[in-house]
Design a protein around this ligand. Structure first.
Ligand SMILES: Nc1nc2c(ncn2[C@@H]2O[C@H](COP(=O)(O)OP(=O)(O)OP(=O)(O)O)[C@@H](O)[C@H]2O)c(=O)[nH]1
Ligand SMILES: [Mg+2]
Length: 239
């Protein structure tokens, strides 16, 4: 069975035409599509090694119709990490990013790791958003941040790899916390069981041993063969 920590489900959200699909395709297939393919929803898998462990990263490329989507909400629920993309050449795409972030916080009580990508930095002459603005936003929402370009293949690998490591560590932590909680519950239920046993023992009436009774003789013989078990509370040792 595959260890669940070895699969990272990462949701990629952002305004239409912000550059989500191009970014994912550059990372997964080292390819920049010259033709614009609108609103294609797809899942891409990239396999990498993190700390010598083989990890499969599933990237969900979510089309942004701007409308309510039950599917998107489910993906927000199930995501181990979320990437928010805006284009540095589009103020509208940054506004949309704010809305998407609000949708996420409304939907999930505990946020997964989030990373912001400001893309299309190869189009420096068309820039509408300064890098400091993206940086500031990422600090406000406690996310990672990098400016990238799918077309120029700038920072793409670094952006995804750094984030995957963060998501992986977060997932391992969550799994460990769950396992510890499970162990604690088991430990808490065990003394309860012992107490119940002790309670029933103290309630039972004690009879003088009848040494002529063959069943009791048998017990005595067994006792003699074994070391007395002193740690079993509530029992009396028959000498
Ligand atoms: N110059 C430049 N153009 C880019 C870059 N990334 C994407 N584009 C262009 O921006 C347009 C939209 O890119 P997509 O990757 O399709 O954007 P998207 O966010 O997937 O769009 P939807 O699927 O409609 O939501 C396309 O024409 C791309 O060629 C980039 O890094 N630099
Ligand atoms: Mg797309």
């Amino acid at each position: 069975m595959v260890d669940p920590s070895q699969i990272l489900n990462i949701l990629v959200l952002g305004a239409s035409q912000s550059g989500k699909s191009s970014l994912i395709l550059q990372y997964v297939h080292s390819f920049f599509p010259e033709e614009y393919d609108a609103n294609i929803e797809d899942t891409y898998t990239k396999r990498i090694a993190i700390k010598s462990t083989a990890i499969a990263i599933n990237l969900f490329d979510a089309a942004d119709t701007g409308e309510y989507s039950e599917m998107r909400n489910q993906r927000i629920d199930n995501a181990d990490g979320i990437i928010l993309v805006y284009s540095v050449c589009s103020k509208n795409s940054l506004d949309r990013l704010h809305q998407l972030y609000e949708d996420i916080t409304r939907h999930r009580d505990f946020l997964p790791p989030i990373a912001i990508a400001g893309t299309k930095i190869d189009l420096e002459g068309e820039r509408e958003i300064d890098g400091i603005i993206g940086e500031k936003l990422s600090k406000e929402i406690n996310s990672s941040f990098m400016e990238v370009s799918a077309k120029g293949n700038i920072n793409v690998n670094e952006f995804f790899t750094d984030f995957a490591i963060k998501v992986y560590e977060d997932k391992i932590n969550k799994i460990n916390v769950k396992e510890n909680e499970k162990k604690l519950k088991q430990q808490q239920s065990q003394p309860q069981l012992k107490m119940n046993q002790n309670f029933s023992n103290t309630n039972s009436s004690y009879n003088e041993p009848d040494h002529d009774n063959p069943r009791e003789k048998n017990y005595n013989n067994l006792d003699n063969q074994e070391e007395p078990k002193l740690d079993k509370g509530g029992c009396c040792i028959i000498m």
